[in-house]
Design a protein around this ligand. Structure first.
Ligand SMILES: [Zn+2]
Length: 84
């Protein structure tokens, strides 16, 4: 499982979704994922309920629509990382 160094403070409950996204996006660590994508205007996100990943989320998206469980529970990398 992808890990996080001490570069960022991330809410412990957001670690698992960030690790899943890092792996899905091909990054070896959560830090790499955050450095690479958290500043993009369009970035991946993940559903906090079912883990469904979405590829086109706005950086401040915290209530993105999940097509899988049909609830507004998708958050972007930047939001999960506590940057937005
Ligand atoms: Zn979902």
């Amino acid at each position: 499982m992808a890990e996080l160094s001490s570069s960022f403070y991330v809410d412990p409950q957001d670690l698992a979704p960030l690790a899943a996204l890092a792996e899905e996006e091909g990054f070896e660590s959560i830090d790499d994922l955050i450095f690479e994508v958290a500043l993009r205007s369009v970035q991946p996100g993940i559903c906090r309920v079912c883990g469904f990943t979405a590829s086109r989320m706005e950086p401040d998206q915290r209530e993105g629509w999940c097509e899988e469980c049909e609830t507004p529970t998708v958050r972007s990398v930047a939001v999960l990382a506590g940057l937005n």
